[in-house]
Design a binder for this molecule. Sequence first.
Ligand code: ATP
Length: 134
Amino acid sequence: MKTVKVSVVTPDGPVYEADVEMVSTKAKSGELGILPGHIPLVAPLEIGAVRLKKEGTTEYIAVSGGFIEVRPEKVTILAQSAERAEDIDVARAKAAKARAEKRLQDAQEHVDAKRAELALRRAINRISIVERNL
Ligand code: ATP
């Protein structure tokens, strides 16, 4: 089976590195499915899941936006934050969700609402990855 190298990198360091059969994620322009040998591209990502197919299993990583760079033999995902499913603290994400929902209710200013909405989306993304509710 052909594979492509994948690295997921954040400002705190690398989160994931492996050879995989397929990378799927959500770019701003829509769903992306990357197989080995894909033509080069760079695309901004949504807050969402990165799905990595490897030896018959799928691994999930939560990313909070960022960029994907695709080259035929290497895929790099640069994200402000990224967590492997098994490293997500679901209680923390649920607390962040509740805080963001409260801030959204109370928000007077547009900037507060926008910030709270992004925090809410990050929290929902993390929870849905742990619960595999994608
Ligand atoms: P919180 O309000 O709980 O900090 P947040 O969405 O504001 O959530 P981020 O700014 O996206 O957090 O991330 C800050 C750091 O904490 C990053 O390193 C991120 O990977 C980590 N992180 C955030 N939430 C979780 C979580 N639920 N489980 C594990 N790591 C998390």
